[in-house]
Every structure is written in C-alpha cells, then in structure tokens.
Design a protein around this ligand. Sequence first.
Ligand SMILES: [Zn+2]
Ligand SMILES: [Zn+2]
Length: 380
Amino acid sequence: MEKDYYKILGINREANADEIKSAYRSLAKKWHPDVYATDSEEKKREAKEKFTEIQHAYSVLSNPEKKALYDQYGSEEGPQMSSGGSGFGASGFGGFGDIFSDLFNVFSGGDSSSRSSASRQRSGEDIEIQLTLTFEEACFGVEKEITYKRTENCNSCNGTGAKNGKSYTTCSNCKGTGSVIVEQRTMFGVMRSQQVCPACGGKGKIITESCPDCGGAGRVKRQKTIKVKIPAGVDNNQMLTVNAEGNAGYNGAPNGNLIVVFRVLPHKIFVRAGYDLKLDLPIKVSQAILGGKVTISTINGDKVDIDIPEGTEDGTVIRVKKRGIKFLRKDSYGDLFIKIIIDLPKNLSIKQKKVLKESMDILENASYSKVDKFNKLTNN
Ligand SMILES: [Zn+2]
Ligand SMILES: [Zn+2]
C-alpha cells in the first residue's frame, strides 16, 4: 500500500507545483544523509529512510502524469499495475553522487523536458552485396541492374503491424510515448531513469489485430532491383554506397544504405596496377635482333604501333603514356607498360638449323657485347 505523499511532504492536496517543490527542498535539505548530523546509528538510519521517502513522494507529486494517477488511484502506477515488472531491485546502488545529481534533476524538473513524444526511431541496417564486373566494365564504367533482398515496411499496414494500419490502440502504460520513467529505491534515495516501455516495446502502440501480410512485424523481406551507375576506374574491393537503399528504418527513421563491393574479373592479357596497365609482349628473336614495329590493341581497342629498337633485350619495358585506365572521377589516364619477352624458336628442322647456323656464323664475337666482355675477363 502506498503511503500518503502529501503527508510525507507536509502539504495539503491543493498545494501547487511551487509549494510542492519548496516543501521538498526544505525537507530534503534537513534529512539529506550527508547533512543530517547525529551520533546515533539508529537515528542515522531513520534519517536515510525518511530522506528516501521524501524523495519518492516528490518524484510522484512533481510529475503531472504520476500525480494525476496517484490522486485518482492512490498509486502513481495507475489502476492496471500488478505484475511488479519494474520492481525495486537493489541494482544501481550509486552512492551519494547519484543522489546529488538526482536531487538536481528533481529540482530543475529535468526529466519532463527530455521526454520525447515520438516512439523509438532507429535507422535501417546497411546491406552489403558483392558485384562482379568484367575488367572492361571496371575500366570504362557501366550501368548495372542489381537485384537483392531487403527489409521494407509492409504496405498493407504502413509498417505499423496492425491490420489495415488502424487496428491498434495507444499504449496506456506509456501514453504512447514509448518510454517510461523507472524508479528504483535504494537505501540512499530514489533513482529515476527513462526506459523503453516494456508494455509496447517502445512503439507507443498496442496492436489489437495483427496485419495478415507481415504477421504484425510491420516489416517484410522483399526483392528489390535497382539500377546503379558505376563510374569508370573502379577496382577490386572498392565500394559504392547507394544512399537509403538498405533495410527500412524503424518508426519512420531513414533507411540504411546499400553498399556494393566490386569483384573485378581478370583480363585476358592486361594486368592492372592502380590506373596503369601492364602487358607482357612476346616478340620473335629476329624482331629483337633487327628491330621493327609491333601493332597492339590497347584496352579501349585502339591500334597502336610499338617501336621495337634494334637489339632489344629480354625484359625491356616500354612505356606508352596515357594508354592505361581512366582515373576515377578525373579526366586523366594511367600509362601502359609493355614488357618485352623474347620468344626463342623451338622444334627446328635439320634444314632450318643448318641455314640458321650459316647465317649466324657471319656474326663476329664483338657483336655480342656481353659474351665479348665475359670472354675478355676470363681470357678465353
Ligand atoms: Zn508503451
Ligand atoms: Zn503488415
């Protein structure tokens, strides 16, 4: 059974908010455990109990909603209160610091201003998907259709979970605010905190008949297809964020994002290094000796003549400017690096070998600079 809060504060039932506050203030000062001085342990304990009582009485009478319930039903928890779900556990045994901040809160009436009327809002989750691109699509950009599953608000019930979007009532426990002030009595005082309303889970509404399409969840999984413009120059593991195409937000909060992670397939001949391209170009040994032109196809299909100088060594790298990949969101290109691979002929016929030997024999040792140098160093 609740005590008489008016009696505890020494005021009559007609007292206004200012009178309640000033009565509390003077009593709290008198009975505060830090202030109340006595050498009797029993008196000290009594003072603590008295102080707790005073705090609790004030927490009810200073809160218009609770005061109304208390005046009408003799309990600030109203008529339907029973299960004691928000029991007075001994948790949050905060010490005097908490009491002072609590006192301050009560004096300044802090909690009534911070209560929001909207029920709990939370952004939807991001969705990450992988998208495989060909090498060329990554180089030149592409528009792609992406199909994926995401959570959307149920259309039939407008995301409320209630049949036709109307079969609900305002939660009586929180009056539709979605949150409740929970008080915990400790031996030092009453701790107050704002918590999600346990009756409605923070929605502020109680569904009386569930939406048949979503089973009352208000949310459904749907397949979604969107078109995404992928800019030229993207690379493996790079991500593109598509705003607000993720899961639906809760209670009207914004959607999450769709995050597209690229997987780029390898090219037949080009290898990417940032915005540069690398190409291994095999040439005949005769081309390496005599020099010549080789025509190659660049990544965008242009034909480009590459000059192979006379006497080109194996592994020589030839740089062709601006024939690489377009920079992401920049009007500039990387370079193409061509590495020469000298291909030696194999499986020659006896006749081929004979002719080749005869023609090669006309060359002097001096024509082979490395052989010549080695021979001189080793006196051969
Ligand atoms: Zn509620
Ligand atoms: Zn629904």
